[in-house]
Design a protein around this ligand. Structure first.
Ligand code: XIL
Length: 386
């Protein structure tokens, strides 16, 4: 894809400038438009960073991290250290990354992630201990009804135990609710559910509490954001599920709202989300916005500036509702720059704009902050006025 950020009057890109680690110096030297860009970059660090604005309003903020970029891209890692007060690995703590074989653990990527955050004094979230996706190919034939509990408890004890005291919170169970699977209680008919029934959820939370008593144990899910019938049904079923966990004394401290939202959605965000968050708060639970990004595939126009403004407005409108809830403590964005959003992964035949990579994240392909960055930063300050 053409690098929109490459400056026409110079072969230097912003990435080159930042790589020198002296964007401000470069700005004083260069008299090209890039100098303006580099200079404007200086406006987003320090007290003007996302983490500084978040901190002013009692929040932690950061990104899902791609460990390959952590190893290879100094501009990427510079943004993480400048902007984030909390980080979560996009893949490194999932079963598929950790479990190359039934009797093996591979912590290479996870340790790289944890060591990076520890070095830069950035807090950490773990994601995720029990999910129906990103599971290794050996799972289906190896994990049975008889041994599933052992595999689940052993995994959690080993993985949570390894990082004991280093993680703020873990998404212990991810996306366990899917009413259209027609199971009692609205549970997703997932590999864990097929082997252990809904009990797998209780087992996972209890094992995590035992492995690290100080951890904030989180249930994470999506599809609760909009005022429409599907999200309304999901909110109702998830709340019933959460109440049942609390009634059984299952250790649970927080609820993750994935926050994968859509530019140009026909549905509004407001009453349903506010009521859902209030109900979660009344259970004594914290709320994390865990995977925020904006899917812009529905936007029928191609103009980049117009799309960027619409995407920014989508972030703003969602966050003005979500951040007004006092129990919201963390905001994590599901990626840094557009070159690595999961929304551009995989086959494109189902997309409305199959040949148009999405501009979903706060930074563009060359790590220039887009209107979305400033919309998110402004939303932190809007919280104070709520
Ligand atoms: C996605 C990652 O972004 C992809 O890179 C990976 O291939 C699949 O998982 N909800 C979740 C996340 O809880 O773990 C998913 O992340 C996105 C949807």
């Amino acid at each position: 894809m053409k690098d929109h950020a490459r400056n026409s009057s110079s072969n230097l890109t912003r990435r080159d400038l930042l790589r020198t680690g002296s964007a401000a110096l470069a700005a004083s030297v260069l008299s090209t438009p890039l100098a303006w860009a580099a200079a404007s970059d200086a406006d987003i660090t320090g007290r003007n960073s996302l983490k500084a604005h978040a901190h002013k309003h009692g929040l932690l903020t950061g990104f899902a991290v791609n460990v390959h970029l952590l190893r290879t891209d100094p501009v990427y890692t510079r943004i993480l250290t400048e902007q984030a007060s909390i980080l979560v690995p996009e893949l490194a703590l999932k079963w598929v990354a950790l479990r190359p074989a039934p009797d093996k653990f591979d912590f290479t990527d996870a340790d790289t992630f944890v060591d990076f955050a520890h070095k830069h004094k950035i807090k950490l979230r773990g994601h995720t201990l029990a999910w129906h996706e990103s599971i290794p190919s050996w799972f289906e034939a190896t994990v049975t009804k008889e041994n599933a509990r052992h595999f689940l408890e052993e995994h959690i004890a080993t993985v949570v135990g390894r990082y004991k005291g280093k993680m703020q919170s873990w998404d212990v169970v991810n996306e366990a609710i899917l009413p259209k699977d027609k199971q009692p209680g609205g549970f997703r008919d997932s590999p864990w559910y097929k082997r252990l029934g809904p009990e797998y959820i209780d087992i996972a939370f209890r094992a995590a509490r035992q492995a690290d008593p100080k951890l904030i144990l989180t249930y994470n899910d999506y599809g609760v954001e909009y005022d429409n019938e599907e999200d309304g049904e999901r909110r109702k079923v998830i709340l019933e599920f959460l109440r049942s966990l609390k009634t059984k004394g299952v250790p649970l401290d927080a609820v993750g709202i994935q926050s994968h939202i859509k530019a140009g959605s026909p549905s509004t965000i407001g009453k349903g989300l506010r009521e859902y968050m209030a109900a979660v708060r009344e259970m004594g639970l914290q709320i994390y916005l865990t995977e925020l990004d904006v899917n812009e595939d529905d936007l029928a126009y191609n103009d980049v500036a117009k799309r960027d403004e619409t995407i920014a407005a989508t972030y703003r409108d969602f966050l003005n509702v979500a951040l007004a809830e006092p129990s919201v403590k963390d905001l994590l964005i599901w990626g840094v720059g557009d070159s690595h959003t999961w929304l551009n992964d995989g086959p494109t035949h189902h997309r409305k704009q199959p040949n148009r990579p999405q501009r979903s994240l706060p930074f563009d392909n060359d790590y220039r902050p887009k209107p979305a960055f400033f919309a998110i930063r402004d939303a932190f300050d809007h919280r104070a006025k709520a």
